[in-house]
Design a protein around this ligand. Structure first.
Ligand code: JCQ
Length: 240
């Protein structure tokens, strides 16, 4: 079976991700043999008694910098021909559904997790072939960011997603937000399900959903329609 995606996550906090990878769709994906995860402890690639992974910055200044050698040696031990080595960092290119699709076409991903003030620049220059950010905020370390990327990528592999998930799928691939969804009961705490959804008229339902998706996208995410964002579209916080 040559259809396996190998996902290696190199971090000083491998146990942060054990629970995450061991649940739900990711666990099923691994159990079915369609994906294989390795949580790799960066400290296993140190050589000193204290298993040191960081050091003070050359030139001075606050904070610590992650040493290059453990990352290089970890990747040396994991690398296969064609492996894609990705540094998780707020300085990377912004992760999108399109990048998720790109990564889902690979055979081997090696996700490197930094922390502290950052990693020695030589990890970027001499080791990683890509640098990805999951958004404009700073995390205490890259493990969660790697988990986000792994999750978004693995669900795109053939055979991983259940059919139910597969059909309602991909408001972003279609580049529209999802239409409003309802299930039973038809009225709950005074909030009624729109009449058209109870009508049984599937042509009306299809049109209503299309309209709702378009209106919602125009209102909340005009950028997805090629327009400029306006303040009007921000979803509001409501009192409950
Ligand atoms: C990833 N958005 C935020 C934090 C430095 C490589 O250097 C650093 C990495 C991190 C962890 O990643 C993030 C992140 N996408 O914070 C600081």
């Amino acid at each position: 079976m040559e259809d396996i995606l190998q996902v290696d996550i190199v971090t000083i906090f491998p146990r942060m991700l054990e629970g995450f990878l061991g649940e739900s769709m990711l666990r099923r994906a691994a159990r079915s043999g369609r994906v294989a995860f390795r949580l790799v402890d960066l400290r296993d690639f140190t050589h000193d008694r204290h298993r040191t992974t960081d050091d003070r910055p050359y030139g001075g200044g606050p904070g610590m910098v992650m040493k290059p050698e453990p990352f290089f040696e970890a990747v040396d031990s994991l690398r296969t021909p064609g492996a894609r080595v990705i540094l998780m960092s707020p300085q990377g290119r912004r992760f999108t559904q399109s990048i998720a699709r790109e990564l889902a076409a690979e055979r081997h991903l090696i996700l490197l997790c930094g922390h502290y003030e950052g990693v020695d620049e030589r990890v970027r220059i001499g080791l990683a072939n890509d640098e990805i950010s999951i958004g404009d905020y700073v995390l205490t370390n890259g493990a969660l960011a790697a988990a986000v990327v792994a999750d978004a990528v693995v669900r795109l592999r053939p055979g991983v997603l259940g059919n139910a998930e597969g059909t309602a799928e991909e408001s972003f691939s279609e580049s529209l937000l999802e239409y409003p969804q309802y299930t039973r009961p038809p009225e709950y705490r005074g909030l009624r399900v729109p009449e058209v959804l109870l009508s049984g008229n599937h042509e009306d339902i299809r049109r209503w959903r299309r309209m709702q998706a378009l209106a919602r996208t125009a209102e909340r995410r005009p950028d997805l329609l090629g327009a400029s964002p306006t303040a009007a579209g921000q979803p509001e916080r409501t009192e409950s």
